[in-house]
Design a protein around this ligand. Structure first.
Ligand code: ZN
Length: 190
């Protein structure tokens, strides 16, 4: 999949918006990306996740593991394409934990999957969790890398798409200087 094809999918699904946004970090940006909006369409989820599945297909993956909530849909789809099971880890008292009866066996070949990686913190916690359970974490795959290439996992990583985040301090924002009204993503104001 080319960068343009991925962008086309993000735009068509409304996952990538252009405008003037106040991000959760407080910074201002001309772009806002919400991966859940692209994954709400199973046909797009399949296209993007197939890239991850194809990358790891020869590696005898037995289980896909994802951090909740963001990674669950992508993990499920990659597992479907690879014909493996899919489990997820979730936070309990701030610790990534396997609940609901999910477990990993010693030596089990595991692929960790996430939707968006910014710092990579949750994904690395899931890798560590699986390794502590004795599993063999073969790699990590994720749909969008927003880290600016800064993440370093201790297993091979495959991002489908790298998306640079251009953000400005509020007092140094070119869009504010032009007087464009600002929108807080998620809140609809027509
Ligand atoms: Zn601004």
């Amino acid at each position: 999949m080319t960068k343009d094809e991925a962008l086309e999918i993000f735009r068509a699904s409304g996952a990538l918006l252009e405008g003037h946004f106040r991000l959760t970090s407080g910074l201002h940006s001309s772009q806002y990306f919400q991966c859940a909006l692209v994954l709400q369409y199973p046909q797009y989820a399949e296209k993007l996740c197939r890239e991850i599945a194809n990358h790891f297909i020869g590696q005898n993956i037995e289980t896909v593991i994802s951090p909740a909530i963001g990674g669950i849909v992508a993990g499920q789809e990659v597992a479907r394409l690879l014909g493996t099971r899919a489990i997820f880890a979730e936070r309990e008292n701030e610790q990534m934990t396997l609940r609901r009866g999910f477990s990993l066996k010693k030596g089990e070949r595991v692929l960790a999957v996430e939707d968006v990686v910014t710092t990579g913190g949750s994904l690395q916690e899931v890798i560590t969790l699986a390794q502590k359970a004795g599993a063999d974490v073969v790699g990590v795959g994720y749909i969008v890398d927003r880290s600016g290439g800064k993440t370093a996992f201790d297993v091979p990583a495959f991002p489908v798409f790298q998306m640079d985040v251009v953000a400005h301090q509020p007092d140094d924002c070119p869009l504010c200087k032009k007087g464009f009204p600002i929108v807080k993503p998620g809140s609809r104001k027509d």
